[in-house]
Design a protein around this ligand. Sequence first.
Ligand SMILES: [Zn+2]
Ligand SMILES: [Zn+2]
Length: 423
Amino acid sequence: MEVIVHTGTSKIGGAVTEIKSKKGTRIILDYGENLDGTEQMKIPGLTSNTQHNVDAVFISHSHGDHIGSVYQILNDIPIYLEQKGMEIYNILCDMQINYEKKVYPKNKNIHYFEFQKPIVVKDIIVIPYIVDHSAYNSAMFLIYVDYQKVLYTGDYRYHGKKWRLFRPMLKRIGQVDLLITEGTNLTRNKDNLDNVTKVLKEKDLISEFKKYTSYDQIFFMTSSSNIDRIVSLYKAFVPTHEFIEDLSMNSVASILENIPNSNTFKTVKTFVTDKQKNRYEPYGRYINHTKNVIDELPFTSKFAVSVKPSMQNYIKQNQDKIHNACLIYSMYDGYIDDDWDSPSTRNFVNYLQNDLHIPFFEIHTSGHGDITAIKLINKYVNPKNVILIHTENREEGLKIASEIFKNKLLKVNDGEAIKFEEK
Ligand SMILES: [Zn+2]
Ligand SMILES: [Zn+2]
């Protein structure tokens, strides 16, 4: 077999990996968008016809850096993905008025995979395994090709709510010839490498959030697609506060079973802004399917509300009603860094914190594995070769990864074809 990491050996965003069998069967793992807004690389046979087009594409999860360029794929190429994850991604595209980036199942050759159910693509077999990450129903892929086993991790962690599934899954997978693993936190979160106990577990966030229930008005920020986090926020605040979601969060939660949303939970309301109310496309469509919609916050009682930069006007108009309020920031802190490309989150947080003097608390745990997770993978699947992708700093990532994987770690460049001979 041959493996090409088209992009992804030196950055997070735009992950694209290809595996090609000896007979020439080509599969692509993830086709994400670049996080810096630059255009995704065009791959012959995937976005334009060649003599031998790609035979199938597999999408590990619904974050933009893995699914975000699927709309560019030729219409007849089979794309395998997880249905709910795709639906969540499409709702978020609508909310951001990014219709062209949606995955339209009617126009594409879409197939929904089921976990642990093998998919045969000519002489390649792919088995999706569920894994814990900050995107709903994320998958790892175990691939059988030319009598070799490859494990492609997608994004994963060991400190989430599904942590119990991790070891049994890895045991079941057993030894692999090649591991293609993400390494986000190898360089992003170096403190965690020295002191793994510092990593907050997803389940412990509820008690962290509860420490702030003495505030009457709790503004919280988290990703609308981080389902486990929405549940934790709900459990922490609903006993003492009215729980209010924004339209995007509620629309995502409504398509899943048993996730707090204002259609099926009496204790949840959905706040919509004037702009959303007055603009039919796309918001009106979603508002029409939403129960318990409010357009004013209950400033005289205790409430916890999901806030987004789009609410800044509303908050400004009502700033004299804000008292005993706090802001709980529960997402990646890179979004509020000075050097993050899009300033909207940073500006909004600055407004709340500096103009309105609302105290800011960051309570978050990463969707990516700490060193324990990466070591566990190494222990259980005992790979013969390892390729590291999805790191912010390639050289540093390779240096730290080589301490774990030793001489099994291959130094691979974007676009380089690596051949693995049959045993
Ligand atoms: Zn992800
Ligand atoms: Zn990712």
